[in-house]
Design a protein around this ligand. Structure first.
Ligand code: OGA
Ligand code: NI
Length: 362
């Protein structure tokens, strides 16, 4: 059997099954079950009232300008300071056809509208993290997030388990695939500039990531009668390399940890939110930071997003790149990707705890 064939992402670990929050929210008549209540929210410090009043805005990078010889140097410098100082930016003028984006939004929306039994046809199986379900759940006591997910490995081809993908709506598979290809290309191109900005050759990171694993995950955050008591997604940093996030509607929910406060991200229409993940923090020996973020929900409308995670592959090493480290103190260890990714799936979503375990002095 080829590596990865049949078992897909399950080679890295699984998660316990939990109830659909969408179904729970729809039948909720009294109090929210205790497993969703987050006492820590009482200590929330949110920056301003939305970004407008907080004085800070996450940087905006123009993809077209990055690759136009007239403006490339200037835009690459902006990208460098965004990766270094923020770990997050919005990407405009990215060139992904509107049609590809509109279609994927439609099939994902249509999927979540289906009756539970229909969605359950692609329910995550025991020991898996692909399909309709939840990852990172390892105990019956663990607090739960107010959200459902539908996730698949989309690259490389041998990891894809198409039989687990929905056939309802009928165009789901081809549409999801087309979208995955576009954002993989976008991520690869961005990695060229990031590589150059880190003092490597244009193609160094690109070459490392081009055969890497891509996971595309749809998030569905139902409205909650008591939104201030729950979290759509617990604080975490993305364990992967580069994340391309599409916020599917105008609702705010994503917040990033900015100088100890939660800064709400207001998505620009048509833009992607891009963030540096743990693997890039490790490869760059801490020059770029993978920033903690979380999702809050509202009491009116479901919020949907699609996150595309780009990472390395089995056989690669996750560790600081010597040309970047040069004479600096080595901060992170080097481990085999497989070992690293097993660690990811064995952990709970808990801030930057995984990165701490990758530290040499840990
Ligand atoms: C994620 C994530 C943010 C969002 O899926 O890792 O951070 O807005 N999602 O859904
Ligand atoms: Ni995330």
């Amino acid at each position: 059997m080829e590596m990865g064939e049949q078992i897909g992402l399950a080679r890295f670990g699984g998660s316990l099954k939990v109830e659909s929050v969408q179904a729970l929210a729809a039948k909720l008549s009294s109090d929210i079950p205790n497993r969703y209540i987050r006492p820590e929210r009482a200590e929330d410090i949110v920056a301003g009232d939305g970004e407008e009043n907080s004085g800070e805005r996450i940087p905006v990078i123009d993809f077209g300008r990055l690759f136009d010889s007239e403006s490339s140097v200037e835009e690459a410098a902006k990208l460098h300071s965004a990766c270094k100082g923020w770990g997050f930016f919005q990407l405009v003028n990215h060139g992904i056809p509107e049609d590809v984006i509109n279609k994927v939004k439609q099939v994902v929306e249509d999927f979540f509208k289906l009756p539970l039994e229909e969605k359950e046809k692609v329910a995550q199986l025991p020991g898996q993290t692909e399909g309709y379900g939840q990852a990172f759940i390892h105990s019956k006591e663990q607090k739960l997030d107010w959200g459902d997910r539908l996730a698949y490995a989309t690259f490389p081809p041998n990891l894809k388990q198409l039989r687990l993908w929905p056939t309802n709506p009928p165009s789901f598979r081809e549409t999801f695939d087309a979208y995955a290809i576009e954002i993989k290309r976008l991520s690869d191109e961005l990695l060229k500039m990031i590589s150059k900005n880190l003092g490597l050759g244009l193609k160094e990171l690109y070459d490392m990531f081009k055969g890497g694993i891509q996971i595309v995950k749809c998030n569905y955050y139902p409205p909650c009668p008591n939104p201030d008591k729950v979290l759509g997604f617990s604080p975490h940093s993305d364990a992967t390399g580069l994340t391309v996030l599409l916020q599917m509607n105008e609702l705010q929910g994503l917040q990033i940890n900015r100088k100890g406060k939660w800064l709400p991200v207001k998505a620009l229409p048509g833009a992607f939110v891009i963030n540096v993940g743990d693997i890039i923090e490790i490869l760059s020996n801490g020059k770029y930071k993978s920033i903690e973020h979380r999702v809050v929900v509202n009491n009116k409308k479901a919020r949907l997003s699609i996150a595309g995670f780009h990472t390395l592959n089995v056989g690669d090493v996750v560790g600081p790149i010597p040309e970047i480290v040069k004479g600096d103190k080595l901060i992170y260890k080097s481990v085999q990707f497989e070992e690293y990714f097993k660690m990811v799936y064995a952990s709970k979503v808990e801030g930057k705890s995984l990165l701490d375990r990758m530290k040499l002095d840990a």
